[in-house]
Design a protein around this ligand. Structure first.
Ligand code: PEP
Ligand code: MN
Length: 338
């Protein structure tokens, strides 16, 4: 149930309404918007008579949320959420670009790539230090050494950091180095882990699972939100379909669908989405045109020798070209790219 409060309502009255909701046994989540304060009451059983809440002074409107996700829904928060990553705003008019290698490999590699992506206009440096690899014999990432290299390169070029955390035991460590915690596609349905992430204070970027419907993905976001972390960013990274011509099928249609259903920002990852270098640029362009709040792109200066995902990594020149094209597309839909 979503309770829209009258605009200009006094704080004391809001607290009183929250108290009444608690008395009914509901879990209450508050969202203070520009125009209205909205309360999300979770745990409402189907027989509950909503008029009991409608009658409370200060309540403007009570809406039943029919979707299974509540805190992630547009009904709970009408304006899109803007997540502030130390001055970089995700979900606002700017289309934010995250770029970097699939994995952090060594100091030289991450510094070289950080410089290229910074010069081209990226705001956030990506790079995995803990890698979810299909084979246990493949490169697994440099762990804390990789995190240190990533943070140092980002600091040097004034970039923010996004990197993957794979399980609960890594959260404290990764939080010390990252500005955004990336949750990989393979972990989207690891519900106990999602609850743990709800207790962290760092923003989370939740990738869509390989075989997850949009509703399942939003339910996973709901796990994080309902556990106390309001800063969730979604990431479309392609899904498994019957098509074999590409690594995954980049679901561009998920972008406008998610935008309608949810207030959460959405980033597109065309690198994993299509998985083939020469097709990453057209997918990135399409994602921006479709309304993505940002893109995450793998870039490598020597992809033939990359320890992971070289075949889908852009050369620095290609990344610069993409940035030029992306700016034109963003402008056409009244958005900006730095
Ligand atoms: C990655 O970003 O390098 C990655 C492993 O992504 P995904 O979880 O989408 O496969
Ligand atoms: Mn990768």
């Amino acid at each position: 149930m979503v309770i829209v409060l009258e605009s200009g309502i006094a704080e004391k009255q809001v607290e009183e309404i929250i108290r009444v909701l608690h008395d009914h046994g509901f879990d209450v989540h508050r969202s203070t918007g520009v125009q209205h304060t909205v309360l999300g009451a979770i745990g409402v059983h189907p027989e509950f008579d909503h008029r009991q809440i409608e009658l409370i002074p200060g309540v403007a409107e009570v809406l039943r949320v029919t979707e299974p996700f509540k805190l992630a829904s547009r009904a709970f928060k009408r304006e899109g959420s803007i997540i502030d990553i130390g001055g970089v705003h995700i979900g606002g008019t700017e289309v934010v670009v995250m770029a970097g290698p699939c994995s952090v490999e060594n100091e030289d590699q991450i510094n070289t790539i950080a410089k290229y992506v910074k010069d081209a206009g990226a705001k956030i440096l990506r790079g995995g230090a803990f890698k979810p690899r299909t084979s246990p014999y493949s490169f697994q990432g440099l762990g804390e050494d990789g995190l240190k290299m990533l943070r140092a390169a980002a600091n040097h070029y004034q970039l923010k950091v996004i990197t993957e955390v794979m399980d609960k035991s890594q959260i404290d460590l990764v939080e010390r180095y990252a500005d955004i915690l990336q949750i990989g596609a393979r972990n989207m349905q690891n519900y106990t882990f999602l609850k743990d992430l709800g207790k962290t204070s760092k923003p989370i970027m939740l990738k869509r699972g390989l075989a997850a419907t949009i509703e399942e993905w939003l339910m996973s976001a709901e796990y994080i939100l309902s556990s106390g972390n309001p800063n969730v960013i979604l990431c479309e990274r392609g899904i498994r379909t019957f098509e074999t011509a590409t690594r995954n099928t980049m679901d561009i249609s998920a972008i406008p669908v998610v935008k309608k259903k949810s207030h959460l920002p959405i980033i597109a990852d065309p690198s994993h989405g299509i998985g083939i270098r020469d097709k990453v640029i057209p997918m990135a362009r399409a994602a921006i045109a479709a309304g993505a709040d940002g893109i995450m792109v793998e870039v490598h200066h020597d992809p033939d020798h990359a320890k992971s995902d070289g075949a889908q990594s852009l050369f620095p020149d290609q990344f610069s070209q993409l940035m030029k094209e992306a700016r034109i597309i963003a402008q056409a839909i009244e958005r900006t790219i730095a």
